[in-house]
Write a protein that binds this ligand. Structure first.
Ligand SMILES: NC(=O)c1ccc[n+]([C@@H]2O[C@H](COP(=O)([O-])OP(=O)(O)OC[C@H]3O[C@@H](n4cnc5c(N)ncnc54)[C@H](OP(=O)(O)O)[C@@H]3O)[C@@H](O)[C@H]2O)c1
Length: 281
């Protein structure tokens, strides 16, 4: 099966390359493949994939507030082109989206049929991407995930592992709740989903939920360090982009096609066993 991956050099892209290593992969990423350039559509059509994992995106949540036009161009208009190319070659399209399409006002897990209402530019641009993907290609599945970490690139787990060896204490946001997700686990689900004909929207995260503070505490505990991890509020953190206070995703549709992912604590333990300790780098 020829599978084209956009954003192939990002953290999920790397995990997908490993999970799909037996397949005929076409890897696309900057600089040769640029979602802001019209030739990206022709590049996809020329490769004639039977499936596209559209992972490439503008993913800097605070950066999107500073350059909203670029975030929209990459995540919304870029996805319109990818969807058009997918439809042209009759490919299955899987578009990666985010828990940040929700506003966080619920206190029970968000289901696939809940109405999105993004509260920051990144979330808006990804929601526009969802609409473009679903409208532009008949065989589309939107996979929403959350709080992703993998071996490639920077992420929360790697940052906490590094800071825990450098600082006397850590202050971490304790009033946002979500689902940390291991990119390797997600990649295995995507490997399965690409071969189904499930369409529409599907939530995929590791099971269980926590706050960023609880997540950081779990990381530090696994490092056998005893530095204090103190909860702070979103207001105290003073980030540029607003973030949902509660963005736990309910894996409603996944349960019908495959086993749910392991608990986030189990996924974190596996990741940290393999990840190089920052002090030894
Ligand atoms: N990370 C999370 O916590 C999270 C949570 C929920 C959903 N998601 C979604 O999951 C997907 C994968 O996320 P990730 O964490 O793997 O992201 P990532 O590491 O930032 O990877 C995204 C990739 O897309 C590339 N890209 C950026 N702009 C592009 C453009 N104009 N044209 C072509 N490629 C471009 C990036 O290249 P450069 O690195 O050179 O910019 C990077 O290789 C994304 O769609 C994201 O929205 C992520």
């Amino acid at each position: 099966m020829r599978i084209l991956i956009t954003g192939a050099q990002g953290q999920l892209g790397h995990a997908l390359q490993q999970a799909l290593s037996g397949e005929d992969l076409v890897l696309k990423d900057l600089p040769a493949f640029d979602l802001t350039r019209p030739d990206s559509e022709a590049q996809i059509v020329a490769a004639r994939p039977s499936a596209i994992l559209h992972v490439g995106a503008y993913t800097n949540v605070d950066g999107a507030e500073r350059e909203p036009d670029r975030a929209m161009l990459v995540n919304a208009q870029g996805t319109t082109m990818v969807a058009r190319a997918a439809a042209t070659v009759n490919a299955r399209l899987i578009y990666l989206s985010t828990d940040y399409v929700f506003d966080g006002t619920k206190s029970t897990p968000y289901r696939e049929e809940d109405m999105p209402h993004p509260i920051n530019v990144y979330g808006q641009s990804k929601r526009e991407g969802e609409i473009a993907a679903l409208a532009g290609c008949p065989n589309t599945l939107v996979v929403r995930t959350a709080w992703l970490y993998g071996y490639a690139g920077n992420n929360f787990v790697k940052t906490i592992m590094r800071l825990a060896t450098e600082k006397p204490f850590l202050d971490v946001v304790g009033d946002q709740r979500g689902c940390p997700t291991n990119a390797d686990d997600l990649a295995l689900v995507l490997k399965d989903l690409v071969k189904t004909d499930l369409r529409g929207i599907c939530h995929v995260t590791n099971t269980g939920d926590c706050t960023w503070h609880e997540f950081a505490e779990a990381i530090v505990n696994r490092m056998d360090l005893s530095i204090p991890v103190r909860p702070i509020t979103t207001a105290q953190a003073g980030r540029l982009a607003r973030r949902p206070a509660y963005s736990v995703l309910a894996p409603g549709r996944l349960a019908a096609v495959r086993a749910l992912l392991p608990h986030w604590q189990d996924a974190l333990a596996r990741f940290m066993k393999e990840a190089p300790h920052p002090a030894s780098c």
